[in-house]
Ligand binder design. Structure first.
Ligand code: COA
Length: 340
């Protein structure tokens, strides 16, 4: 029998019309152990199914008896909730066919069980309903007006935080060792590595993230991954691929600095800097300058994509975009390595 890709026990919210709006998997499991797989296959069918609290408690007991306490955690945590739960068993990482699968994969990413761009997220938008995220949880957008009126009738204040397909990450996953100044800026499905700080201007989309440690005061678009010790300056931007951003998947290496209000549509290797306010797109024409300040060649920025030790500035005397050797970062890096 083939190895299972994923297993989770979750608690879902249904709309009045019975549509699944969201599913919380407190402890999703990727590639369950052999012992866990045997118990899961025996008690739960492949795909999405309903699990009574009693069955969840029994499943947790069987998993623990089989020595698979990790896989039992989700069942144990939710077994106290006196409502039917959602069980999900995935044999393979295939295109997403249900809301539960979409939420499961987003939680794998935020739990750091999968890196951005490593999961099959095809079909995710079709399977995520647009939801009113309120002070009383998820409500279907077509049911929110009735809910607002009903709240007033009973003297309650119902606040709508946003209307979106993706909820805030922190309502589902609290990664260790991170600081998040404004939780509404991090969507579920973001990957925030240990030691990452996201300030108020920072934003991290789903299937995107920072390996950590990082200082994020700019936007990390869908599909973008930022390496260790890289700083994104205030309101800086990394170009995504979703809306007219082209098809280059941007990745940023280690020890880079994207200056305030700067941005990039090309990948950067390690120790690169982009001057504050300068946006490099893949077609930006760049003069490559040598150590003596002479122009070596003129290139489209895409030809430099992924290279290390680059310093991009817009020369304020000539208005030309230049790529110099990032001496400052190299020096800093030499110092850091000297203390390894
Ligand atoms: C591009 C940048 C890194 C250059 O900084 P630097 O390496 O310290 O360089 P300096 O400002 O000391 O300038 C060195 C020389 O280059 C010149 N220079 C710098 N930027 C220039 C530009 N855009 N055009 C022409 N000359 C420039 C300086 O005038 C100086 O000339 P000099 O040697 O004749 O005096 C810096 O300007 C920058 O944008 N940093 C980003 C900081 C940031 O946004 N952080 C995030 C905060 S939220």
């Amino acid at each position: 029998m083939s190895e299972l890709f994923g297993f989770g026990v979750g608690h879902s919210t249904q709309s009045r019309a019975g549509k699944t709006l969201e599913v919380y998997f407190p402890a999703p499991v990727k590639h369950p152990s052999g012992a866990a797989q045997r118990v899961i296959r025996e008690h739960v069918s492949v795909g999405v199914s309903s699990l009574s609290p009693a069955s969840a408690a029994k499943l947790a007991g069987n998993l623990i008896d089989a020595g698979a306490a990790d896989a039992a955690r989700g069942c144990s945590l939710l077994a106290e909730i006196d409502k039917p739960l959602t069980a999900l068993v995935l044999e393979n990482d295939e295109a997403i066919r249900s809301t539960a699968e979409a939420y499961f994969k987003l939680q794998l990413l935020s739990h750091r069980l999968s890196l951005p761009n490593t999961l099959n997220l095809e079909g995710i938008f079709a399977q995520l309903p647009n939801v009113a995220w309120t002070s009383e949880g998820a409500i279907g957008v077509d049911e929110i007006e009735a809910a607002l009126i009903s709240a007033r009738r009973t003297g309650r204040q119902l606040t709508v935080h946003c209307l979106d397909k993706f909820p805030r990450m922190t309502d589902y996953v609290i990664p260790t060792g991170v600081r998040i100044a404004d939780a509404s800026r991090i969507r579920l499905g973001a990957y925030l590595g240990e030691g990452t700080t996201v300030m108020h201007e920072g934003f991290v989309n789903f299937n995107a993230g920072a390996i950590g440690p990082n200082m994020v005061e700019g936007r990390i678009s869908q599909g973008v991954i930022v390496g260790e010790h890289t700083d994104l300056g205030g309101s800086s931007s990394t170009m995504g691929t979703l809306s007219g951003g082209g098809n280059i998947k941007v990745s940023i290496g280690r020890y880079c600095l994207i200056g305030a209000n700067a941005g990039t549509g090309i990948s950067l290797g390690d120790r690169c800097t982009i001057e504050a306010g300068l946006y490099i797109t893949s077609g930006t024409v760049v003069d490559v300058i040598d150590e003596d300040g002479n122009r070596v060649r003129t290139a489209k920025a895409r030809e430099l994509s992924g290279l290390s030790d680059m310093l991009f500035i817009r020369n304020s005397r000539t208005s030309k975009v230049e790529c110099r050797t990032n001496r400052a970062a190299i020096k800093l890096n030499e110092q850091l390595h000297a203390h390894n």
